[in-house]
Design a protein around this ligand. Structure first.
Ligand code: PEP
Ligand code: MG
Length: 326
């Protein structure tokens, strides 16, 4: 479908049987904010803060970051803005950070691993800016999300820091609020440990770009293994299901912010798998909203069950094709 043929909906959408689904935008630069709002995103499901740190000689200070987060909140006065803490390492280098030479950077010191140790000072600055921005009263909500989590310890340690820095702000007499706190589920460890992680967080957001890479042991962006690293692989679907199942019966909401979330042909499947929120680049927001309104939850669950029982990627695709034709 040509993006321009689809109605842009500025209000939240529900499935045909009335289940409201949050459809949010991913932003990778400041310039992505306005288009996300224009295309009808309900909020930001993934604010990649790397861009604040790129193309410069030194990291942004607390005030500069605070202003960027407030700008995002003001763009979505009624929505939620999920800010991901700095995710460097792997394929995301930043010159002045002096990243180590690693043979397998995707398996090395990246994401939360760096924030807890070599980049602890940057993490402090970022969390202070986020605590302050969370107090900014627009009516919308700020949420903080940790990248590349693989253990409960990482989450507990990060939350302790958030609390510590909140205490510091309190003592300093600076206004702050404690934001919603969540993690990306983008490693097999996080998917396996989701029930335990659910006790520590308010939400999960599944990062299918990395989750597919790590579940399938197939490097993202490597054409030679692209078929293996596809999010339609049954192993990836089962990791998604395990994550959603672990959150069921808790207050933890589950979103998805990997590229899979932006494919309108998979919206029914994803809602059937039990996702509460989908976040994607602005272009496909209207198509995904449209697909949500056309989805019936009961039928979507059946579709998800069929896809989950498939043994091969081809079978998953057959299930999806048959469903479109019926
Ligand atoms: C992901 O891994 O799916 C994700 C959304 O994060 P990024 O693409 O920034 O690694
Ligand atoms: Mg990722």
């Amino acid at each position: 479908v040509d993006g321009d043929d689809v109605t842009v909906r500025h209000d939240p959408v529900s499935t045909a049987d009335g289940v409201e689904i949050e459809v949010a935008g991913n932003v990778g630069t400041r310039a992505d904010l306005a288009p996300a709002a224009d295309r009808g995103a309900d909020g930001i499901g993934l604010f990649r803060t790397e861009f604040l740190f790129l193309d410069r000689q030194s990291p942004p200070d607390e005030q500069e970051q605070y202003e960027a987060y407030v700008e995002a909140l003001e763009t979505f006065p009624e929505g939620r803005v999920v800010v991901r803490t700095l995710d460097v390492g792997g394929d995301k280098p930043i010159d002045y950070l002096d990243l180590p030479e690693e043979e397998n950077p995707f398996l090395g010191e990246r994401g939360i691993r760096r924030s807890l140790s070599p980049d602890a000072d940057l993490f402090e600055t970022q969390l202070r800016a986020l605590l302050r921005a969370a107090a900014h009263d627009t009516g919308g909500d700020l949420a903080v999300m940790l990248p590349l989590v693989s253990t409960v310890d990482e989450v507990v340690a990060a939350r302790e820091r958030l609390e510590l820095f909140a205490d510091d702000l309190e003592r300093e007499g600076i206004e702050y609020a404690v934001p919603e706190f969540g993690v990306m589920v983008e490693t097999p460890a996080a998917a396996f440990m989701a029930a335990d992680l659910a006790e520590e967080v308010d939400f999960f957001s599944i990062g299918t770009n990395d989750l597919a890479q790590y579940v399938m042991a197939a490097e993202r962006g490597n054409e030679r293994v692209a078929d293996l690293g596809d999010y339609r692989q049954p192993a990836v679907l089962r990791a998604i299901r395990a994550t959603v199942d672990a959150a069921e019966g808790t207050d933890v909401w589950v979103g998805m912010c990997g590229e899979m979330a932006g494919d309108p042909e998979l919206t029914e499947l994803l809602l059937g798998l039990g996702l509460d929120e989908l976040s994607m680049s602005a272009v496909t927001v209207p198509q995904v909203k449209q697909a949500v309104t056309e989805t019936n939850t009961e039928a979507a669950r059946k579709l998800a069950d069929s896809a989950l029982s498939a043994s091969t990627k081809d079978e998953v695709e057959q299930v999806l094709t048959q469903n479109t034709q019926s």
